[in-house]
Design a protein around this ligand. Structure first.
Ligand SMILES: [Zn+2]
Length: 254
Protein backbone atom coordinates (compact mmCIF):
# COMPACT_ATOMS: atom_id res chain seq x y z
CA UNK A 1 0.00 0.00 0.00
CA UNK A 2 1.49 3.30 -1.10
CA UNK A 3 1.83 6.05 1.48
CA UNK A 4 3.81 9.18 0.71
CA UNK A 5 5.78 11.22 3.22
CA UNK A 6 6.39 14.85 2.33
CA UNK A 7 9.22 16.68 4.07
CA UNK A 8 8.58 20.37 3.56
CA UNK A 9 11.69 22.53 3.40
CA UNK A 10 12.31 26.27 3.43
CA UNK A 11 9.36 28.16 1.96
CA UNK A 12 7.16 25.07 2.14
CA UNK A 13 7.07 24.58 5.88
CA UNK A 14 3.31 24.17 6.01
CA UNK A 15 1.80 23.46 2.58
CA UNK A 16 -1.96 23.13 2.98
CA UNK A 17 -2.50 20.56 0.25
CA UNK A 18 -4.16 17.61 2.02
CA UNK A 19 -7.79 16.61 2.38
CA UNK A 20 -9.27 15.04 5.54
CA UNK A 21 -6.35 16.31 7.62
CA UNK A 22 -5.52 15.21 11.12
CA UNK A 23 -2.61 16.45 13.26
CA UNK A 24 -0.65 13.72 14.99
CA UNK A 25 1.91 14.11 17.76
CA UNK A 26 4.42 11.29 17.45
CA UNK A 27 7.44 10.42 19.55
CA UNK A 28 10.37 8.22 18.55
CA UNK A 29 13.35 6.63 20.34
CA UNK A 30 15.35 9.56 18.91
CA UNK A 31 13.06 12.25 20.25
CA UNK A 32 10.34 14.28 18.59
CA UNK A 33 10.11 14.97 14.85
CA UNK A 34 10.63 18.60 13.87
CA UNK A 35 6.87 19.22 13.66
CA UNK A 36 3.52 17.59 14.30
CA UNK A 37 2.63 15.14 11.54
CA UNK A 38 -0.11 16.32 9.23
CA UNK A 39 -1.89 13.21 7.94
CA UNK A 40 -4.43 13.29 5.13
CA UNK A 41 -4.95 12.40 1.48
CA UNK A 42 -4.24 13.67 -2.03
CA UNK A 43 -6.55 12.09 -4.63
CA UNK A 44 -7.14 9.15 -2.32
CA UNK A 45 -3.43 8.55 -1.61
CA UNK A 46 -2.44 8.64 2.05
CA UNK A 47 0.10 11.39 2.76
CA UNK A 48 2.01 12.50 5.87
CA UNK A 49 3.70 15.91 6.01
CA UNK A 50 6.55 16.98 8.30
CA UNK A 51 8.03 20.49 8.35
CA UNK A 52 11.81 19.97 8.32
CA UNK A 53 12.60 23.23 10.09
CA UNK A 54 9.41 23.35 12.18
CA UNK A 55 6.19 25.07 11.17
CA UNK A 56 7.65 28.44 12.11
CA UNK A 57 10.99 27.67 10.46
CA UNK A 58 12.90 27.98 13.72
CA UNK A 59 15.18 24.90 13.53
CA UNK A 60 18.71 25.31 12.12
CA UNK A 61 19.89 22.70 9.57
CA UNK A 62 22.43 21.24 12.04
CA UNK A 63 19.71 20.91 14.68
CA UNK A 64 17.12 19.12 12.55
CA UNK A 65 16.30 15.74 14.11
CA UNK A 66 16.57 13.82 10.84
CA UNK A 67 16.42 10.44 12.56
CA UNK A 68 13.18 11.25 14.37
CA UNK A 69 11.62 12.52 11.13
CA UNK A 70 12.50 9.44 9.07
CA UNK A 71 11.64 7.09 11.93
CA UNK A 72 8.22 8.73 12.30
CA UNK A 73 7.47 8.49 8.56
CA UNK A 74 8.51 4.82 8.54
CA UNK A 75 6.35 4.04 11.57
CA UNK A 76 3.42 5.82 9.89
CA UNK A 77 3.83 3.37 7.03
CA UNK A 78 5.34 5.67 4.40
CA UNK A 79 6.71 3.78 1.41
CA UNK A 80 7.93 6.86 -0.47
CA UNK A 81 9.28 10.28 0.51
CA UNK A 82 9.26 13.48 -1.53
CA UNK A 83 11.44 16.10 0.13
CA UNK A 84 11.40 19.73 -0.91
CA UNK A 85 14.58 21.73 -0.51
CA UNK A 86 15.94 25.11 -1.54
CA UNK A 87 19.30 24.82 -3.31
CA UNK A 88 21.95 27.18 -4.61
CA UNK A 89 22.95 26.61 -8.22
CA UNK A 90 26.57 25.80 -9.09
CA UNK A 91 25.77 25.77 -12.83
CA UNK A 92 24.97 28.60 -15.20
CA UNK A 93 22.12 26.64 -16.84
CA UNK A 94 20.32 25.96 -13.53
CA UNK A 95 18.69 29.36 -13.10
CA UNK A 96 16.74 30.57 -10.07
CA UNK A 97 13.21 29.13 -10.15
CA UNK A 98 14.27 25.95 -11.97
CA UNK A 99 13.55 22.57 -10.40
CA UNK A 100 16.27 19.97 -9.86
CA UNK A 101 15.82 16.25 -9.17
CA UNK A 102 19.21 14.99 -7.96
CA UNK A 103 20.30 11.36 -8.25
CA UNK A 104 23.63 11.71 -6.38
CA UNK A 105 24.90 13.51 -3.29
CA UNK A 106 28.23 14.56 -1.84
CA UNK A 107 28.30 14.68 1.96
CA UNK A 108 30.13 17.73 3.27
CA UNK A 109 28.33 17.81 6.63
CA UNK A 110 30.34 17.55 9.83
CA UNK A 111 28.23 17.06 12.94
CA UNK A 112 25.09 15.10 12.20
CA UNK A 113 23.71 11.73 13.19
CA UNK A 114 23.85 9.97 9.85
CA UNK A 115 22.77 6.42 10.67
CA UNK A 116 20.28 4.31 12.62
CA UNK A 117 22.97 1.61 12.89
CA UNK A 118 25.25 3.13 15.48
CA UNK A 119 24.92 0.64 18.30
CA UNK A 120 24.88 -3.16 18.36
CA UNK A 121 25.36 -4.23 14.78
CA UNK A 122 27.76 -3.15 12.08
CA UNK A 123 25.80 -2.41 8.92
CA UNK A 124 27.29 -0.93 5.76
CA UNK A 125 24.41 0.35 3.65
CA UNK A 126 25.02 0.45 -0.12
CA UNK A 127 24.78 4.07 -1.27
CA UNK A 128 25.85 3.98 -4.93
CA UNK A 129 22.32 5.00 -6.01
CA UNK A 130 20.88 6.84 -3.03
CA UNK A 131 17.76 8.29 -4.68
CA UNK A 132 14.82 6.40 -6.22
CA UNK A 133 15.26 6.60 -9.99
CA UNK A 134 11.61 5.75 -10.59
CA UNK A 135 10.51 8.72 -8.51
CA UNK A 136 13.00 10.96 -10.31
CA UNK A 137 11.65 9.87 -13.70
CA UNK A 138 8.07 10.35 -12.53
CA UNK A 139 8.90 13.84 -11.22
CA UNK A 140 10.53 14.74 -14.54
CA UNK A 141 7.56 13.44 -16.53
CA UNK A 142 5.10 15.38 -14.38
CA UNK A 143 7.21 18.57 -14.36
CA UNK A 144 7.41 18.40 -18.15
CA UNK A 145 3.64 18.15 -18.46
CA UNK A 146 3.25 21.15 -16.16
CA UNK A 147 5.70 23.11 -18.35
CA UNK A 148 8.12 23.58 -15.46
CA UNK A 149 11.82 23.86 -16.26
CA UNK A 150 13.71 21.04 -14.57
CA UNK A 151 17.10 19.33 -14.50
CA UNK A 152 17.23 15.68 -13.53
CA UNK A 153 19.98 13.32 -12.38
CA UNK A 154 22.18 16.04 -10.91
CA UNK A 155 24.54 16.00 -7.93
CA UNK A 156 23.69 17.88 -4.74
CA UNK A 157 26.37 18.71 -2.18
CA UNK A 158 25.13 19.15 1.39
CA UNK A 159 27.19 21.41 3.64
CA UNK A 160 26.89 21.81 7.38
CA UNK A 161 25.95 25.48 7.49
CA UNK A 162 24.43 27.59 8.81
CA UNK A 163 26.94 29.85 7.05
CA UNK A 164 27.07 29.96 3.26
CA UNK A 165 30.19 28.96 1.28
CA UNK A 166 33.25 31.06 0.55
CA UNK A 167 34.04 31.66 -3.11
CA UNK A 168 36.96 29.23 -2.82
CA UNK A 169 34.62 26.53 -1.53
CA UNK A 170 31.98 27.29 -4.15
CA UNK A 171 34.56 26.90 -6.95
CA UNK A 172 35.89 23.73 -5.34
CA UNK A 173 32.40 22.20 -5.21
CA UNK A 174 31.99 23.04 -8.91
CA UNK A 175 35.27 21.30 -9.65
CA UNK A 176 33.93 18.25 -7.78
CA UNK A 177 31.06 18.17 -10.31
CA UNK A 178 28.41 19.15 -7.78
CA UNK A 179 25.50 20.93 -9.53
CA UNK A 180 23.55 22.34 -6.60
CA UNK A 181 24.23 22.99 -2.91
CA UNK A 182 22.07 22.85 0.22
CA UNK A 183 22.14 22.09 3.95
CA UNK A 184 19.53 19.35 4.25
CA UNK A 185 19.63 16.40 1.84
CA UNK A 186 22.26 14.54 3.87
CA UNK A 187 21.57 12.69 6.11
CA UNK A 188 17.86 12.66 5.22
CA UNK A 189 18.27 10.53 2.08
CA UNK A 190 20.74 8.22 3.84
CA UNK A 191 18.37 7.51 6.72
CA UNK A 192 15.47 6.95 4.30
CA UNK A 193 17.66 4.48 2.44
CA UNK A 194 18.47 2.64 5.67
CA UNK A 195 14.73 2.35 6.32
CA UNK A 196 14.15 1.16 2.73
CA UNK A 197 11.92 4.10 1.84
CA UNK A 198 11.99 5.30 -1.80
CA UNK A 199 13.25 8.90 -1.61
CA UNK A 200 13.49 11.75 -4.09
CA UNK A 201 14.18 15.44 -3.60
CA UNK A 202 12.33 18.27 -5.29
CA UNK A 203 15.00 20.94 -5.21
CA UNK A 204 14.20 24.54 -6.08
CA UNK A 205 17.13 26.57 -7.34
CA UNK A 206 16.99 29.91 -5.53
CA UNK A 207 20.33 31.64 -6.28
CA UNK A 208 23.84 31.16 -7.72
CA UNK A 209 25.62 30.58 -4.38
CA UNK A 210 28.66 32.90 -4.64
CA UNK A 211 30.80 31.58 -7.52
CA UNK A 212 29.01 33.55 -10.25
CA UNK A 213 30.76 36.90 -10.76
CA UNK A 214 27.77 38.61 -12.42
CA UNK A 215 25.29 37.61 -9.70
CA UNK A 216 24.94 38.84 -6.13
CA UNK A 217 26.24 36.34 -3.53
CA UNK A 218 23.44 34.39 -1.89
CA UNK A 219 21.55 35.76 1.11
CA UNK A 220 18.76 34.21 3.15
CA UNK A 221 16.36 36.87 1.85
CA UNK A 222 17.21 35.84 -1.70
CA UNK A 223 16.39 32.19 -0.94
CA UNK A 224 13.08 33.03 0.70
CA UNK A 225 12.11 35.46 -2.06
CA UNK A 226 12.65 32.90 -4.84
CA UNK A 227 10.92 30.19 -2.82
CA UNK A 228 7.90 32.38 -2.19
CA UNK A 229 7.61 33.25 -5.85
CA UNK A 230 7.92 29.62 -6.99
CA UNK A 231 6.52 27.48 -4.17
CA UNK A 232 3.28 27.20 -6.15
CA UNK A 233 5.18 25.20 -8.77
CA UNK A 234 6.40 22.72 -6.18
CA UNK A 235 2.87 22.36 -4.81
CA UNK A 236 1.49 21.74 -8.33
CA UNK A 237 4.15 19.09 -8.78
CA UNK A 238 3.24 17.36 -5.48
CA UNK A 239 -0.42 17.30 -6.51
CA UNK A 240 0.38 15.86 -9.96
CA UNK A 241 3.00 13.32 -9.01
CA UNK A 242 1.54 11.80 -5.83
CA UNK A 243 -1.51 10.12 -7.44
CA UNK A 244 0.89 8.69 -10.03
CA UNK A 245 3.18 7.12 -7.44
CA UNK A 246 0.24 4.83 -6.67
CA UNK A 247 -0.19 3.96 -10.36
CA UNK A 248 3.50 3.21 -10.83
CA UNK A 249 4.13 1.61 -7.45
CA UNK A 250 4.99 -1.84 -8.78
CA UNK A 251 7.89 -0.56 -10.91
CA UNK A 252 9.97 0.05 -7.77
CA UNK A 253 12.07 -2.87 -6.59
CA UNK A 254 11.14 -3.53 -3.00
ZN1 LIG B 1 12.13 3.27 -5.80
Amino acid sequence: MVKVGIIGGSGLDDPKILKNTKEVKFDTPYGSPTSLLTCGTIDGVDVVIIARHGRDHSIFPSKVNFRANIWALKEQGCTHILASTAVGSLREEIAPGHLVFPNQFIDHTRKRETTFFDEDVVVHTPMAEPFCQNLIDLLALSAGELNLTYHKNKTVITIEGPRFSTKAESHMFRSWNADVINMSTVPEVVLAREKKIHYAAIAMSTDYDCWHEEEEPVTWEMILGTMKKNSGNVIKLFLTVIPRIKEYDDICVK
